[in-house]
Design a protein around this ligand. Structure first.
Ligand SMILES: [Zn+2]
Length: 518
């Protein structure tokens, strides 16, 4: 019999929902039992004994990182009273030279009175910067600078310096513990270009075993690294943020996130030795993302590479994906020569697997395909093959711009047409599946994301997923090409001809074929 170790945080949260106003042994045990019976949580993973030291050091390090953040914020706040302008002159207030300067000259008044020659004696403080800071200190708008303020700043600076050195020490300890682990596939992570020993150690200390993650997406999800679209707000300069601007989500393990952030910067550099991350970085910049956001995508990419080398127990190979792409292209070429692939259908299929969609291809070798992102690929229409065989490649059927057609019909339109009821205006929908026999399975397996215009059925015997076109195709039991024609006819849409525009460009612009949210 397996006994699951309860997670205190989850139990507590569940309890606060079940019995928000009482906290007795009775309500707590009821909440725990109810959680186990209703939610049926997966068995939790125990930590193998050889990993416990590493894990403990990692959590101590994480606590220290949090402490550093807290102190940095406190220093920022204290500085607004004594030297407001410093925040714009020193982007990183926790940098060594800033702390050293503040230890000696804690307020604007003291900096203004200091001799320039003694300011420039501080390591890494360049003469131009020192002059700039001193000039700002002379003109500062901050009024407060009593002796007490000075003492407070020095106190905070001292604590922050201590916290930073402690953080450094614990990072070294973490690497030591990582190197002391018994040999295993986790050691491959450090071979990825851009990921150092520290990050590899932190990832192993938090993930422990890669077997916990069925797919690379789950690993990425575990660390909570997603670009998120902003709808409102202002940036740090007070300028309104245009809607649709993307920032990185701030969830998940902040130790790993912070380390991966540095790794993404290294790996995306021209000499970073990680061509795939570099290429992704440039692609995101070209697509109009900020460097910050592009690095966010690079972090995701790095995690996928981690998944690849860890599951397959092979060293990182920077040329791996390029080779795989070439092989895929060669296979497609061969298909085309054989006349098997009909232009429009393969054109559509192409989109789902291509990188044009902004989707990242994993570093997972072909043998690992079932657990990598291949399950995200939506089209597996067995009937498509028969249609292809029936019709000659150059048949006079119109070429369909699938992306254009998709962009003109919404998921809500199609579901309404199918007579399926859902709440209008909601971003997400969960309910009965319109595509499989309702007597099979139970619950609400059918999930629709109206924002991304995708759907998915979680009933294993059904498993339908995709975009509007896939939905119509499954509903009408027609191959993709025919269902596109049928869909256009049903909604009275004049079918756009693919020949008029470059399909690839268009699909990129429209976001192409995105996989559904799990
Ligand atoms: Zn279904």
């Amino acid at each position: 019999m397996t006994v699951s170790v309860g997670q205190p945080k989850v139990n507590k949260d569940y309890h606060s929902v079940v019995a928000p106003k009482n906290q007795t042994d009775k309500t707590e045990s009821y909440a725990m039992a109810r959680y186990a019976v209703v939610e049926q949580p997966q068995a939790s993973y125990g930590t193998p004994p050889e990993f416990t030291t590493l894990k403990r050091i990692a959590s101590r390090l994480q606590a220290q990182v949090k402490q550093t953040t807290r102190l940095t914020n406190a220093l920022h706040e204290a500085l607004t009273c004594v030297f407001t302008e410093l925040a714009t002159l020193a982007p990183n207030i926790a940098a060594d030279w800033v702390l050293m300067m503040l230890m000696k000259y804690p307020t604007a008044k003291r900096i203004a009175a200091a001799r320039l020659s003694s300011l420039t004696k501080i390591p890494y403080l360049l003469p131009e910067k020192a002059l700039e800071i001193q000039n700002a200190a002379k003109r500062t708008v901050s009024k407060q600078s009593s002796e007490l303020d000075e003492e407070l700043i020095q106190d905070l600076v001292g604590e922050l310096q201590h916290s930073l050195s402690e953080e450094k020490r614990r990072k070294q300890l973490l690497v030591k513990a990582f190197n002391a682990l018994p040999k295993g596939p986790h050691q491959r992570i450090a071979t990825i270009k851009g990921i150092g020993d520290q990050t590899a150690a932190a990832i192993v200390a938090t993930a422990i075993s890669i077997d916990r993650f069925e797919t690379d997406r789950k690993l990425v999800g575990y660390y909570g690294i997603f670009p998120r679209e902003l709808q409102s707000g202002v940036d740090k300069f007070g300028r309104p943020i245009p809607p649709g601007k993307k920032v990185m989500c701030k969830q998940g393990n902040d130790l790993v996130r912070g380390l991966l952030w540095q790794c993404a910067k290294c790996a995306s550099a021209a000499n970073g030795g990680n061509p795939e991350v570099r290429a992704l970085y440039l692609r995101r910049l070209e697509a109009g993302d900020t460097a910050m956001c592009a690095w966010g995508y690079c972090m995701t990419k790095l995690l996928r590479q981690v998944y690849g080398v860890w599951t397959t127990d092979t060293d990182f190979d920077p040329e791996y994906e390029a080779r795989r792409r070439a092989a895929r292209q060669a296979a497609q070429q061969a298909d085309r020569i054989k006349g098997k692939a009909e232009t429009e259908v393969s054109g559509h299929k192409d989109v789902s697997g291509s990188e044009e969609t902004g989707k990242v291809v994993t570093n997972t070798p072909a043998s690992m395909e079932p657990v990598s992102h291949s399950d995200d690929i939506v089209h597996d229409d067995p009937s498509a093959g028969t249609v292809q065989a029936e019709v000659a490649p150059t048949a006079a059927r119109p070429l369909i711009d699938f992306a254009e057609l998709r962009s003109r019909i919404s998921m809500a339109d199609v579901l309404t047409k199918m007579g399926y009821s859902f709440r209008v205006g909601a971003g997400q929908h969960r309910g009965k599946c319109p595509l499989h026999d309702p007597s099979v399975g139970r619950g609400k397996p059918f999930s629709v994301n109206f924002k991304r215009e995708v759907f998915r059925c979680f009933e294993s015997s059904c498993g339908c997923q995709g975009n509007v076109l896939d939905l119509w195709s499954a509903y009408r039991k027609l191959p993709l090409y025919e269902s596109a024609l049928d869909l256009a006819k049903t909604f009275n849409i004049e079918l756009p001809d693919q020949r008029r525009s470059s399909p690839r460009k268009k699909q990129k612009k429209l976001g192409g074929h995105t996989p559904p949210t799990p």
